[in-house]
Design a protein around this ligand. Structure first.
Ligand SMILES: *Cc1c(COP(=O)(O)O)cnc(C)c1O
Length: 393
């Protein structure tokens, strides 16, 4: 036996005892193009994916992937700076820059890597990084990696963000926040944060993983929704694996910022470029996301439908107008029991537990998609009502 095996087993035992052990569910088939998944031989309606616009299985996007892979093959073969940067990547970067109203955009392989690379390139030892308490884990890890002094402020509290910014000792300051909070669905107070960042001469970085495609009339995200531009928020991070239904991420900003990141963002420099066919597929998804307004309208009508029905049933709704609709239940056990009851009723809603959310706030995180049907949403609310009632008795 290896010397560490006992310690690992003890830790796994502790996670199990506290209701915090997680396991991956294997999806056998996604019959598509809807939201169903076959798991353990049963067909469930998926209410916990981030495929907000229903593009992850769109036939045009799949066709773009296939056709580009015939031309380009599978792998890019190298990092962007060596020989992996193709015309498909360049085309996608231009489309993302145009969509978000910025001079340039730079692709990353994942949102996690984008946050690590961008933050670490902008701040280091002696600098100040200010973050919302509920920022995504990748922004917290970026802080550790950068070596900058991290100050976290109360969730959504622009005044305490301003106070934290005052604590700077003269180096560079960066204020970083999610646009839409990934586990709560609420929006950051960006207009106020932009004023404070500008007053202090700090960079403002917004990670809009859950706003892109969903908010704003052209779907370009939380900034469009709130009427903010590149002047207010100079650093915009977006991911491609959520509303756009593919995979990857980008940062968009001024020509100087992007040129600097091409030199300095280690998670872009020292990694293989995404497959060119994936960039082509994402271009196709982006065109659909921009052109097909009905997807956003449909999504927002389902959000309103879900909230009205859940409210009428007295379910513990959160203050969220986005497709992320959490029902905070408290203990991990309660969230697990509710998730299991929903699964018996034919719905897949994963229980979200610490460390993804703070202790005492385990929850069901319902996410809605333009691909859901009205009747599925109605049936989910009915099943939630029963699952939560069972949990109480
Ligand atoms: C999902 C997510 C990420 C990570 O993006 P990936 O492309 O999945 O690595 C980063 N930030 C936020 C807010 C997210 O929700």
């Amino acid at each position: 036996m290896r010397p560490d095996a006992g310690a690992l087993r003890a830790e796994l035992g502790r996670l199990e005892a506290e209701g915090l052990h997680r396991r991956r569910r294997t999806v056998e088939v996604r019959p598509g193009p809807g939201t169903t998944a076959i798991i353990d031989g049963r067909c469930l309606v998926n209410f916990c994916s981030n495929d907000y616009l229903g593009l992850a299985q769109h036939p045009d996007v799949s066709a773009a992937l296939r056709s580009a892979s015939k031309r380009w093959g599978t792998g890019s073969g190298a990092s962007h700076l060596v020989s992996g940067h193709s015309r498909e990547h360049a085309r996608l970067e231009e489309a993302l820059a145009a969509w978000t109203g910025r001079e340039r955009a730079l692709l990353f392989s994942t949102g996690y890597m984008a946050n690590l690379g961008v933050v670490e390139a902008l701040v280091g030892r002696g600098d100040l990084l200010v973050e919302d308490r509920l920022d995504h884990a990748s922004l917290i890890d970026a802080a550790r990696l950068s070596g900058a002094r991290l100050r976290r402020y109360a969730h959504g509290d622009a005044t305490s963000a301003a106070t934290a910014l005052q604590s700077s000792s003269g180096g560079t300051a960066l204020l970083a926040t999610d646009g839409v909070f990934s586990m709560d669905g609420d929006l950051a107070p960006l207009p106020e944060l932009a004023v404070h960042a500008r007053a202090r001469g700090a960079w403002l970085l917004v990670d809009d993983a859950h706003g892109l495609g969903v908010l704003g009339s052209s779907g370009s995200g939380t900034l469009e929704h709130l009427g903010l531009d590149a002047h207010d928020v100079p650093v915009l991070i977006g991911t491609l694996g959520k509303a756009l239904g593919t995979f990857g991420a980008f940062v968009a900003g001024s020509a100087e910022l992007i040129e600097y990141l091409i030199q300095r963002a280690r998670t872009a420099v020292f990694t293989t470029a995404m497959p060119p066919a994936l960039a082509a597929a994402t271009c196709s998804a982006l065109e659909l996301a921009v052109r097909e307004h009905w997807r956003r309208e449909r999504l927002h009508s389902l959000i309103a439908r879900f909230r009205a029905a859940a409210h009428a049933e007295g379910l513990p709704l959160a203050a969220s107008e986005t497709p992320i609709q959490p029902l905070v239940l408290g203990s991990p056990e309660r969230a697990l029991a509710a998730s299991a009851a929903l699964e018996r009723a034919g719905f897949w809603v994963a229980a979200i537990r610490p460390p993804t959310v703070p202790r005492g706030s385990a929850r069901l995180r319902v996410t809605l998609s333009a691909a859901h049907e009205d009747a599925q949403v109605d049936a989910l609310v009915e099943a939630l009502k029963r699952a939560l009632r069972e949990g109480h008795s």
